[in-house]
Design a protein around this ligand. Structure first.
Ligand SMILES: [Zn+2]
Length: 74
């Protein structure tokens, strides 16, 4: 999963392993999608008790991460 770092690395702004927000975002992404892969309820957009917090966490981190990215581009 750490290979993803290379994809988003640019000359201007290398994504480094110490990027905590990015790592938490990736971890949340894996947890959420990993759960959904095995959960019929979450696949049907009706999050179960286990999946709900995973999906919410991913959404929060996704917002925080993309907001930070857009701020940096200005
Ligand atoms: Zn679920």
């Amino acid at each position: 999963m750490l290979d993803i770092h290379l994809i988003s690395t640019t000359d201007k702004e290398p994504v480094v392993a110490t990027d905590d927000l990015y790592l938490r975002y990736m971890a949340a992404f894996e947890a959420s999608t990993g759960h959904t892969a095995d959960c019929a309820a979450c696949q049907a957009d009706q999050p179960c008790q286990t999946g709900q917090p995973l999906h919410e966490r991913l959404a929060r981190l996704q917002d925080a991460y993309s907001e930070r990215q857009s701020r940096r581009q200005r």
